[in-house]
Write a protein that binds this ligand. Structure first.
Ligand code: HEM
Length: 88
């Protein structure tokens, strides 16, 4: 699916998918929202002191011991409205 065809969600909508308020667990990275609900490593929205329901682009670059390839096994379910550009 082309990314322009994906539904757009606001930060407030993303924030509801933090693993606490709803069953869905979403994480935004480089403007795309990934559904990590089925990951055992994101249970209840928590992953090594990081919380789902947010844009974690900077955190992945700064803190993670792994690359963005960890997202390869998870579906992109939308785009984040007013996401921080990839270059910043
Ligand atoms: C202190 C920071 C972090 C630590 C120690 C950490 C650690 C890990 C470890 C050990 C794994 C297992 C697989 C692998 O190493 O490739 C993993 C997977 C993963 N991480 Fe992180 N991570 C951190 C931050 C982040 C951040 C900021 C994000 C999101 C932007 C993220 C997203 C993921 C995803 C999506 C997976 C795949 C989960 C799965 O396959 O079930 N991680 N992480």
């Amino acid at each position: 699916m082309k990314s322009e065809a994906l539904p757009e969600y606001t930060k407030a909508q993303l924030a509801l998918r933090n693993g606490q308020d709803r069953d869905e667990i979403w994480v935004a990275y480089l403007g795309l929202i990934y559904d990590v609900s089925r990951s055992r490593l994101w249970r209840r929205g928590n992953h090594y002191e990081h919380w789902a329901g947010q844009d974690l682009t900077k955190e992945l670059r700064q803190d993670a011991p792994h690359t963005e390839h960890v997202f390869d096994n998870f579906p992109v379910i939308g785009r984040l409205k007013d996401a921080v550009p990839a270059s910043s």
